[in-house]
Ligand binder design. Structure first.
Ligand code: NAP
Ligand code: MG
Length: 480
C-alpha cells in the first residue's frame, strides 16, 4: 500500500513548514508504516487563514445547502467505493480487526456522511410570535472556522462524526488526527479532493497535541473547537479556549460505563453483551462497559460463562477476517493497560482470566476479567481503555443506582433485565448520555451521543450535532 503522508492545506499536499516528520507504526507488527509530515503552529496559521478565506469569500461560502448535501453524498459514495481498501488501511494503522473496520467503522462512517448529506437542506430558522408590531425570525448560521481534534480509537469514524455536521452546516475545518493514526484521515483527504472539495474547506494536519493541537485551541481566528479524547486534555482545551478568544467548545471525553445485569435477564444475550461491551475494539472505546454489575443470584454462573467465552475469543492478526481482537494501538497504551492490570492484582481483585500479553510481538493483550466485592479499587474507578472488565455483585435496585452513578464519568450504561419497570426506572436515574437496554454499543447516525458529568458536553450525531456547528441570530423587522 502507498500512503498519503503530507499535510492537506488549501487543497494542496504539502510538507510541514519545519520539514519535520514523525513515525507511524503498525501496532500488530511494531514496524513503521510511514513517516508523516508533522504540522505545528506555523502550518496551523496557514491552514486557519485558508479556512477563513474559504468560509468568508471562497466558492464554498456560496454553495447552497443542497449543493453541500450533494458534496457530502459524493464523499459517502467514494468511501463506499473504497471500502475494503480503507478498512485495511485502518486496520494496519490502528491494530483493530478488519472484520470490525469492514463491518462497523466503514459502514458507520458512510452512513454518517449520508445522514448529514440529507440533513443539509433541512436546517432552518423559525418565526416567533413576539409582542408589538414586529416580524421576528431566527437565522441558523454556521459557526465559522472549526478546529476538530480527534483520537486514535476510531480514526475514520471520528473524522466522519466531526466533518459530516460541520460541512452540512457550511463551516470550514482544520482537522487534527491523532498522532498514532493519521493515515485514514489523509486518505479521506484525497477522496474529499476527488469529490470536488473547494480550496480551504477541509484542511488536515497530522501532528502532536501539545504543538499543532494547542496552536488550534489558542488560535484567535478559530471560532470553535470540537474535541474527542481524554478528560484531562478536554479540560486543557477549555482553558485554552477561554484564555484566547472564547471559541466555542464541545467535548466528548472518557467513560467508565456500568453494565448492569439483573438475575431476570436473558443471560445468553447478557453474556454476549458483556463481551461486546468490553472487548469490542480491544476495549479502546470511550463507552466500553468496563464496570460489570452482576446481581448476586447470577454472579458466579455469569462469570463462569464470561470466562469461557472470553478465553475463546480469537486474538491475533488484525488482517485475518477470523480475528475478533487485534492489537492495542500503541506501546504507550499497551504499557498503561498492563499497569492497570498490575494495580488490580496488587489491590486484591481476583483475576478471573487473562491479565497478560497474548504474544511476544505486537501490542496484543488477552481478554481480561477481574472480580471483586469492592468497587472502589483503581480498576473500578479509572478509565483503562483496554480489554479489561471489572466485575462485582449487587443486591437490589436501590443499591445499584448510587453505585452505578458513583463515577466522575457519564457517557453510557447498559441494563439487562426482562422487567420493563426496572428498565425505565434506570433509564431515568442513571446519569449518562446513552442507555442501552438488552443491547450494547448500538450506534446510528440519527441518534445523539455524548456525555454527562466529566464525559463532556455537546451531542454528536443526529440533528443535535447541528447545534455544535451553528449559532442562532434573531432578526427584528419593524412593521410600523
Ligand atoms: P488524548 O491525549 O486526549 O488525545 C486526543 C487528541 O487530543 C489527540 O489528537 C491528541 O494529540 C490531542 N491532544 C493531546 N494533547 C493536546 C493538547 N494539549 N492540546 C490540544 N490537543 C491535544 O488521548 P491519548 O493520549 O491518545 O489517550 C489517553 C487516554 O485518553 C486513553 O487512555 C483513554 O483513556 C482516553 N481516550 C479517550 C477517547 C475517547 O473516545 N473519549 C479516545 C482516545 C483516548 P496527540 O495525538 O498528539 O496525542
Ligand atoms: Mg496523547
Amino acid at each position: 500500500m502507498k500512503y498519503q503522508t503530507k499535510l492537506l492545506i488549501n487543497n494542496e499536499w504539502v510538507n510541514a513548514r519545519s520539514g519535520k516528520t514523525f513515525s507511524v507504526i503498525n501496532p500488530a507488527t511494531e514496524l513503521e508504516l510511514a513517516q508523516v509530515a508533522e504540522a505545528d503552529a506555523a502550518d496551523v496559521d496557514v491552514a486557519v487563514s485558508g479556512a477563513r478565506r474559504a468560509f468568508e469569500s471562497g466558492p464554498w461560502s456560496r454553495f447552497s445547502a443542497r449543493e453541500r448535501g450533494r458534496f457530502l453524498y459524493r464523499i459517502a459514495d467514494l468511501l463506499e467505493t473504497h471500502k475494503s481498501e480503507l478498512a485495511e488501511l485502518e486496520t494496519l494503522n490502528n491494530g483493530k480487526p478488519v472484520s470490525e473496520t469492514l463491518h462497523a467503522d466503514l459502514p458507520l462512517s458512510i452512513e454518517t456522511f449520508r445522514y448529514y448529506a440529507g440533513l443539509a437542506d433541512k436546517i432552518h430558522g423559525e418565526t416567533l410570535p413576539v409582542n408589538g408590531n414586529y416580524f421576528n425570525y431566527t437565522l441558523r448560521e454556521p459557526t465559522g472556522v472549526v478546529a476538530q481534534i480527534i483520537p486514535w480509537n476510531f480514526p475514520l469514524l471520528m473524522a466522519a462524526w466531526k466533518l459530516g455536521p460541520a460541512l452540512a452546516m457550511g463551516c470550514t475545518v482544520v482537522l487534527k488526527p491523532a498522532e498514532q493514526t493519521p493515515l485514514s484521515a489523509l486518505r479521506l483527504g484525497e477522496l474529499l479532493l476527488e469529490a470536488g472539495l473547494p480550496p480551504g474547506v477541509v484542511n488536515i494536519l497530522p501532528g502532536f497535541g501539545p504543538t499543532a493541537g494547542a496552536a488550534l485551541c489558542k488560535h484567535m481566528d478559530v471560532d470553535k473547537v470540537a474535541f474527542t479524547g481524554s478528560t484531562e486534555v478536554g479540560k486543557r482545551i477549555m482553558q485554552m479556549a477561554a484564555q484566547s478568544n472564547l471559541k466555542r467548545v464541545s467535548l466528548e471525553l472518557g467513560g467508565k460505563a456500568p453494565n448492569i445485569v439483573f438475575a431476570d435477564a436473558d443471560l445468553d444475550a447478557a453474556v454476549q453483551g458483556a463481551l461486546k461491551g468490553i472487548f469490542f475494539n480491544q476495549g479502546e472505546v470511550c463507552c466500553a462497559g468496563s464496570r460489570l454489575f452482576l446481581q448476586e443470584a447470577i454472579h458466579d454462573e455469569f462469570l463462569d460463562r464470561l470466562k469461557t467465552h472470553a478465553e475463546k475469543l480469537v486474538v491475533g492478526d488484525p488482517l485475518d477476517s477470523r480475528t475478533q481482537m487485534g492489537a492495542q494501538v500503541s506501546k504507550e497504551q499497551f504499557d498503561k493497560i498492563l499497569g492497570f492490570i498490575e494495580s488490580g492484582k496488587r489491590e486484591g481483585a481476583t483475576l478471573v482470566t487473562g491479565g497478560a500479553p497474548a504474544f511476544s510481538k505486537g501490542y496484543f493483550l488477552k481478554p481480561t476479567v477481574f472480580d471483586s466485592a469492592k468497587d472502589d479499587l483503581t480498576i473500578y474507578r479509572e478509565e483503562i481503555f483496554g480489554p479489561v472488565v471489572a466485575a462485582t455483585s449487587f443486591g437490589s435496585m436501590e443499591e445499584i443506582v448510587p453505585r452505578a452513578n458513583n463515577t466522575r464519568y457519564g457517557l453510557s450504561a447498559g441494563v439487562w433485565t426482562r422487567d420493563v419497570k426496572k428498565v425505565h426506572q434506570l433509564a431515568r436515574t442513571i446519569k449518562a448520555g446513552t442507555i442501552w437496554v438488552n443491547c450494547y454499543n448500538c450506534f446510528d447516525a440519527a441518534s445523539p451521543f455524548g456525555g454527562y458529568k466529566e464525559s463532556g458536553f455537546g451531542r454528536e450525531l443526529g440533528q443535535y450535532a447541528i447545534e455544535l456547528y451553528s449559532q442562532v441570530k434573531s432578526v427584528w423587522v419593524s412593521l410600523d
